[in-house]
Write a protein of this length. Structure first.
Length: 386
């Protein structure tokens, strides 16, 4: 196991009815900017719960943060922060709203002229404006980590950012919110969390036995609860396990002491930026091609995954590894997720070349756990995903 430091300061408040305790977590005299998305929280009752809990708090609202939080929209929110002298941010939403809030947390205290530089120049945020979250859509784990991904439609770009100043001070996780989530978004959440684990697990053996089993337990849980999550009838037990699995998949714990990949995400982000495909579905598009292209480097871990998650016991290491890839694709398809780029667009020719060029222009010359995936290799992987 590799050396590591681990600190996660986010307070998790988990369970039914916990939104009513929201005001206890907001500093006295705070001037709060409440941030949310397209307005679904006003239809499902979450907005009313939040407003009731904050009836004695000074709150200004900013809605309309889209999926794949858009830079121009966030800049409008930043103007509100500046003109209204906001001192605290509250994200009520899923990963997009929380990621957008993290950008605002950083930008609110940024001393430079152009906040976009935080993303393009990979500026690490050591201190941001304090914020908390009320999670309404489990998927990204953003409610308990310090990372975010922001989109700029004008340039068709999508960049990650982070730093120790971007952990939420608290996150309220009430599984009851899952009751009102459309199935497409539930499916995306399952696939997103599953792939988050794979990015931190599907590399090569390093003797981190506990970390492997942490990761495998999340994968096993997601596979077990997926059929129940897809049923029309709400199941609180399954929803609880789903919500906590999504959080644990990307709160930093399972990546400590082990090599991590993240090439699937790097390629997937570009597919979202170019075509607007749901983030989780871009990951499903790339996963099979990535594992097949890097089969020799990953086959030992793929075989272990096949044995422990999919109960594959027959054949050689290579046989088990290959079957494990097929099982992964079958899992995505069982959720109703297509796994080829051509399933989403007819305008895919030239995509691989465009992504490779973008990576070259940014100086991303070696992705993956071995830093060995050059832009030319990325081009081949994306072509395999057509």
């Amino acid at each position: 196991m590799n050396n590591f430091d681990f600190q996660n300061p986010t307070k998790i408040i988990f369970g039914k009815g916990q939104i009513e305790n929201l005001a206890n977590e907001i500093p006295e005299q705070a001037k709060v900017l409440l941030l949310y998305g397209g307005g679904s929280i006003k239809k499902n009752g979450i907005y009313d719960q939040v407003k009731t809990a904050l009836d004695k708090v000074n709150v200004i609202e900013f809605g309309g943060i889209p999926a794949n939080p858009e830079y121009d929209t966030l800049m409008e929110a930043l103007k509100v922060i500046k003109t209204e002298n906001i001192t605290y941010l509250l994200a009520v939403g899923g990963g997009s709203v929380i990621d957008g809030t993290k950008f605002l947390s950083s930008a609110a205290l940024y001393k430079g002229d152009e906040p976009w530089d935080i993303l393009t120049k990979n500026i690490r945020t050591e201190k941001g404006m304090p914020f908390g979250t009320v999670l309404t859509l489990p998927a990204t784990g953003s409610e308990m980590n310090s990372g975010a991904v922001i989109t700029r439609a004008e340039t068709k770009e999508k960049f990650a950012m982070g730093g120790p100043g971007l952990f939420p001070q608290f996150s309220i996780l009430d599984p009851e919110v899952v009751k009102s989530i459309p199935q497409r978004q539930l499916v995306n959440g399952l696939a997103d969390a599953f792939t988050h684990v794979l990015e931190q697990y599907m590399t090569y053996p390093i003797g981190a036995l506990l970390q492997d089993r942490f990761a495998e337990s999340i994968l096993q849980t997601l596979v077990e609860i997926a059929p129940t999550m897809l049923k029309d009838e709400f199941d609180y037990k399954a929803a609880s396990n789903f919500m906590w699995s999504c959080t644990m998949a990307l709160n930093g714990l399972i990546q400590k002491g082990v090599p991590t990949d993240w090439a699937v995400h790097a390629m997937g982000h570009e597919l979202t930026a170019l075509f607007g495909i749901d983030h989780a579905r871009t990951l499903a598009i790339i996963t099979e091609s990535h594992y097949k292209y890097n089969f020799e480097a990953k086959k030992e871990k793929l075989a272990q995954y096949g044995e422990r998650i999919w109960n594959i016991t027959e054949g050689s290491i290579g046989d088990k590894a290959y079957t494990a890839i097929e099982k992964t694709t079958a899992f995505f398809k069982s959720l109703g997720i297509d796994t080829k780029l051509s399933d989403y667009t007819n305008d895919y020719e030239g995509t691989a070349e465009e992504i490779a060029k973008r990576f070259t222009d940014r100086g991303w010359l070696g992705l993956g756990e071995h830093q060995s995936l050059s832009p030319e290799k990325v081009e081949e992987i994306v072509k395999m995903a057509y």
